[in-house]
Ligand binder design. Sequence first.
Ligand SMILES: Nc1ncnc2c1ncn2[C@@H]1O[C@H](COP(=O)(O)OP(=O)(O)OP(=O)(O)O)[C@@H](O)[C@H]1O
Length: 293
Amino acid sequence: MAEAQIVCDSLVRIYQTGSVEVQALQGLDLTVETGEMIALVGASGSGKSTLLSLLAGIDAPTAGRAHVAGWDLLDMSARDRLRYRRRTVGYIRQQTAQNLVPYLTAAQVVDLPMTLARRPRKDRAQRVRTLLEAVGVGHCADRRPAQMSGGEQMRVSIAVALANEPAVLLADEPTGELDTQTSAQVFGVLRDVNKDLGVTIVVVTHDPDVSTQVERTVSIRDGRTSSEVLRRTSTAENGDDEVVHEEYAVMDRAGRVQVPKDYIEALRLTRRVRLALEGDHVSIRPDAQEPQP
Ligand SMILES: Nc1ncnc2c1ncn2[C@@H]1O[C@H](COP(=O)(O)OP(=O)(O)OP(=O)(O)O)[C@@H](O)[C@H]1O
């Protein structure tokens, strides 16, 4: 079977500032299939942006395994990394302004990544128009960022990220600075890109409504994937279609599963627990020998 488009195993990123060490990712596992669109959620500081910048090839992992579209992110020359950033991934940064250039028009900024990738001039002009139309901002071609709304700027940012036909699109809080209605429209553009162009998309978001818009929402806690919510459509007893959200814990390759904090507290689980295979499930019980607090 072909490997998934994004595979992270026990991914670690440690930042060292002076004598202080921050473990932004502490053994994160994530698999995203080709053509999937997933949302990544988690509290502030949980490691979402760190993960995205590693996947974008902006930053390098400290340890673990990370493969994206056939590239090994832990074993890449500087030249490979540049090529990867230009052609394999599209990255939309958290602040809209960081994706654009104040003195360039929308058409010029979408053209830029193609010029850097040495695409012939005649292809570029046509593609700039097609891309701006595709994300609904054809009318902004000659405008600079200051002459566009936040939603229009974000659409142009999406067009920039798509310029070199990336296999993977990474978006860090693309709707964070937008009102509810504009957010829904921008999210709609990302969904269309995913459906129509088959681009694999990972979107970081704080918006609790996103799980209703994607098939899979992955939660990150303390630099690890903690749970996943899958959205499924099933048929209710009255014959109507109903959307069901089911939450799953994530197990890593070594078989480790994180027990949710509220379960630990409810059963007063301590360092040692009793595990038992019971027919079709595994049970976890408190250790009777351990003194209860
Ligand atoms: N360049 C850096 N140097 C040192 N520490 C960093 C750096 N970047 C991130 N961190 C730390 O790593 C941890 C994870 O940060 P990250 O930005 O990935 O979180 P996040 O989940 O994206 O948060 P938010 O939702 O607020 O954007 C935090 O403790 C943060 O302070």
